[in-house]
Design a protein around this ligand. Structure first.
Ligand SMILES: Nc1ncnc2c1ncn2[C@@H]1O[C@H](COP(=O)(O)OP(=O)(O)O)[C@@H](O)[C@H]1O
Ligand SMILES: [Mg+2]
Length: 489
């Protein structure tokens, strides 16, 4: 080597390229919240307003920073990925605050207060581009154009991140359209954060319980395993060591949709349907990074749609997971994939059982009105041995029998399978198999049904089983015992 030459990268170019790492509004805000959680915040307020011009505020009651810490925080790549960090620190590359902010806005201002002393600084993209130098603007907090009520919130300790000149989201000039679009963005953001930080919001994370409000409305946690429902089943647990760090895998099957209450069902339907949401949910120090992915081990099918695997790992093994800057991608190390493969075997069997339970229950008894035939081909046919069918058939004249048989053939051959399948996949709870009737009328129908079902050796239990397989009586299973007794009385 003869000599060296310092080659300083162009500040303008780096800053502009950094804008396109691939953040969305949702992932960018999540990255800023990570910092608040790392700073031990318990309350985080997000304010997105579009008048007079779009502005996003993230206000936390964390420990805050003094002026030196603030300038360090605003330095790009301020901490190295190999630096050892505190247990609760969700940071990784020393970039998030800056890259996430610039992915959405041209101006990033941070105001922070520690031990009652407030400081503020600002990265202005246009100013950096103009001078092509890393020139950070130092701002006197009293000159900030921000509602004093927000500054009061951090008067003792806390931090406010402000995004101005939000040019990556286009709002219409038309006020109503702009408001509608804002509403849409906020709903999406609310869902994203409610999922990604659900453990912090629920209070099941290792840190203190955290409250996040978006435009003054508290964000509710969305637990992807529906753990509040007693019918969620823990199917198996695996613990493995990766580089001396423990990775915990827990496999669940969600409750069958009929066991979810309407609020739970609505939530699961809204948050990408059941089918799409199946897969592994990967948490790094309680923060959800990747979800709804089987990492190519199995395809997402209707049969495994109730299966979910929770995977928890520690940031000490970040390098094993190849985490990207946005913290929205991670691929499992080989040992974890192997453990996932083992646990998938157990849960898919359980999930299949869940999806087919109702079908097989009704179709394996002899008293079912429908038969399922399987072999090389699968077909569904009316059960012509069903007593109700037989007894009715016997009342018909030979001409009527021919008409009746062709009617039955037409009905069973035109069963709208495709349409039923897609409705079951998307909206199972909305499918109504029969008109709503009251108890008294249903009871009358049951007595007529029992009459028709009359055959030799029909025991009370058999009659009840037969009634249970008919959708018509499924809502009245509690009354069936009594009705059967009355019929036999
Ligand atoms: N809300 C905040 N409260 C206190 N400190 C913060 C806050 N946001 C950022 N910091 C400080 O700024 C540093 C840089 O943040 P960031 O660019 O997101 O990188 P990383 O989170 O990977 O360290 C953090 O490590 C932290 O020390
Ligand atoms: Mg960060």
């Amino acid at each position: 080597m003869n000599s060296t030459k310092i080659l300083i990268p162009s500040a303008a170019s780096i800053l502009q390229s950094m804008r396109d790492i691939g953040y969305t509004l949702d992932t960018a805000v999540a990255d800023i919240i990570d910092n608040s959680i790392a700073a031990a915040a318990t309350k985080i307020d997000l304010i997105f307003s579009i008048t007079p011009s779009p502005r996003f505020l993230i206000i936390d009651n964390g420990q805050g920073m003094d002026s030196d810490e603030l300038y360090q925080a605003l330095r790009f790549a301020t901490k190295s990925p190999i630096e050892i960090r505190e247990e609760k620190d969700l940071g990784r590359f020393g970039l998030g605050l800056k890259t996430a902010s610039f992915s959405q806005a041209r101006k990033l201002t941070v105001v922070s207060c520690k031990e009652g002393k407030m400081s503020a600084a600002q990265w202005d993209l246009d100013y950096v581009v103009q001078s092509d130098q890393w020139l950070l603007k130092i701002i006197d907090p009293s000159e900030l154009s921000i509602d004093s009520m927000y500054l009061d919130q951090i008067a003792v300790h806390g931090t406010i991140v402000i995004w101005d000149d939000i040019d990556r989201i286009e709002f219409s000039e038309n006020h109503t359209q702009a408001q509608n679009y804002l509403g849409y963005l906020l709903t999406k953001l609310r869902e994203h954060l409610g999922l990604v930080f659900h453990k912090f919001i629920e209070g099941t994370a290792k840190t203190e319980k955290i409250k996040i409000c978006l435009n003054h409305h508290e964000i509710e946690a969305f637990n992807p395993f529906c753990l509040s429902n007693q019918f969620t089943q823990l199917i198996g647990t695996e613990k493995i060591l990766v580089d001396d760090s423990e990775v915990l895998l827990q496999a669940y099957t969600l409750p069958h949709y009929s066991k979810m209450n309407s609020a739970e069902y609505e939530l699961f339907k809204k948050r990408s349907d059941l089918l799409n949401g199946q897969g592994a949910y990967v948490y790094r120090n309680d923060r959800l990074m990747v979800w709804g992915d089987w990492f190519r081990l199995i395809p997402k099918t209707e049969n495994s749609k109730y299966a979910r695997v929770e995977i928890n790992f520690d940031k000490q093994i970040d390098h094993q997971w190849t985490i990207d800057i946005k913290k929205s991608k991670a691929s499992p190390p080989y040992a974890v994939l192997e453990a996932l493969r083992r646990i998938i075997g157990k849960i898919t069997t359980a999930s299949v059982r869940m999806s087919t339970k109702r079908v097989s229950k009704s179709l394996t008894t002899n008293q079912s009105p429908w038969n399922r035939f399987s072999g090389e081909e699968i077909s569904y046919k009316l059960n012509t041995n069903f007593p109700l069918y037989q007894n009715f058939f016997n009342t018909l004249s030979s001409d009527q029998r021919i008409h009746f048989q062709s009617l039955v053939e037409i009905i069973q051959s035109s069963l709208p399978m495709q349409s039923i399948y897609s409705d079951m996949a998307v909206n199972p709870k909305q499918i109504a198999m029969f008109d709503q009737v009251d108890r008294q009328k249903t009871k009358q129908k049951f007595l007529r049904f029992a009459e028709f079902m009359q055959e030799e050796n029909m025991t009370k239990d058999k009659l009840k089983d037969a009634a249970v397989t008919c959708g018509l009586f499924s809502q009245y299973t509690n009354d069936l015992d009594q009705w059967v007794e009355e019929y036999y009385a």
